[in-house]
Design a protein. Structure first.
Length: 296
């Protein structure tokens, strides 16, 4: 269903993600991220219609640059591609978005079928914005956006009721940022204390995400953590995918003999002992080495 009604007569909007964060144009005039501060001018996007198309819009940042679905991969092994602010010499399909209604919210689809996606999970994934097709249930809502109209086009009409209050139309017109309390509390808790595990029953598992060759920056540090109550590797893998937003990851440990990574294949140790693991991305060099060695 068309979502153009969300942008009807809109001159400028703010887009609020499933994580209750606003789509933000960064000050480097290139990056696009999410942030809770919706009162910033950087959260304001000017809406432009595309001549000849009734169901397509462009969004222009406070720096005069367009929200662009680039071809640059965001992370190796992850399907999502970067969303940027650009000023192309010729306005092409990379700066065009089709709003699609989904209940009270909207999806923004590129001309090639991907969707504007607000990512959660651990850095550098957290607060990033990519365009992608979500394949897992846990990330389906990451492509949904609330639209806050902050400025409208005023069309004067001779039939306008003289007693009706005037519609706001100046550049200074704005709304106070609104947040959904339940979602805000959940995400705020996740953001503010990522490294502190819950005290709930279960084992503490510390983890890092490996580089392409299997190396890990600051591996001597504890890293991020979660509390896991099960004992199966498949269940743990799903838990990590939900926690990080990454798909197809391989949960690994390092051999105490030679320091090499190897995939976990057996059940976890008993008695909820604390563990340290490394997450390997499926398209990385080390993952291909696992396949060649018959470890997957």
């Amino acid at each position: 269903m068309s979502g153009m009604d969300f942008f009807l007569n809109a001159k400028a909007v703010r887009l609020r993600s499933h994580h209750d964060k606003y789509l933000l144009a960064e000050e480097d005039e290139e990056s696009v991220t999410q942030d809770r501060n919706g009162s910033s001018k950087n959260a304001r996007w000017v809406v432009e219609t595309v001549p000849g198309y009734d169901f397509v819009i462009r969004l222009r940042s406070c720096y005069g640059k367009y929200l662009t679905a680039s071809n640059q991969p965001f992370l190796l092994g992850v399907t999502g591609r970067k969303v940027l602010q650009t000023q192309p010499g010729r306005l092409d399909s990379s700066v065009e978005w089709e709003p699609i209604k989904d209940g009270s919210r909207v999806k923004l689809k590129t001309r090639y079928g991907n969707f504007l996606r607000a990512n959660g999970g651990l850095p550098p994934w957290r607060n990033s914005v990519t365009h992608d097709i979500p394949h897992r249930t846990v990330t389906q809502d990451w492509v949904l956006w609330d639209v806050d109209v902050v400025e409208i086009h005023v069309q004067s009409s001779p039939r306008q009721n003289p007693s009706a209050p005037p519609l706001p139309h100046s550049d200074s017109f704005d709304f106070e940022p609104y947040t959904k309390s339940l979602q805000f509390s959940r995400q705020q808790s996740s953001d503010s204390n990522v490294s502190s595990p819950s005290k709930a029953e279960g084992r503490i598992i510390y983890y890092h995400v490996a580089e392409d060759n299997g190396s890990v920056e600051d591996e001597g540090m504890q890293g991020y953590s979660l509390v896991f109550k099960g004992s199966g590797v498949e269940e743990l893998t799903r838990k990590f995918e939900e926690e990080t937003g990454l798909e197809g990851i391989i949960v690994c440990c390092r051999s105490p003999l030679n320091g090499k990574l190897y995939p976990l294949r057996l059940d976890l140790p008993p008695n909820n002992v604390t563990m340290q693991v490394v997450l390997v991305l499926p398209a990385s060099t080390v993952a291909r080495e696992f396949e060649q060695q018959g470890l997957l």
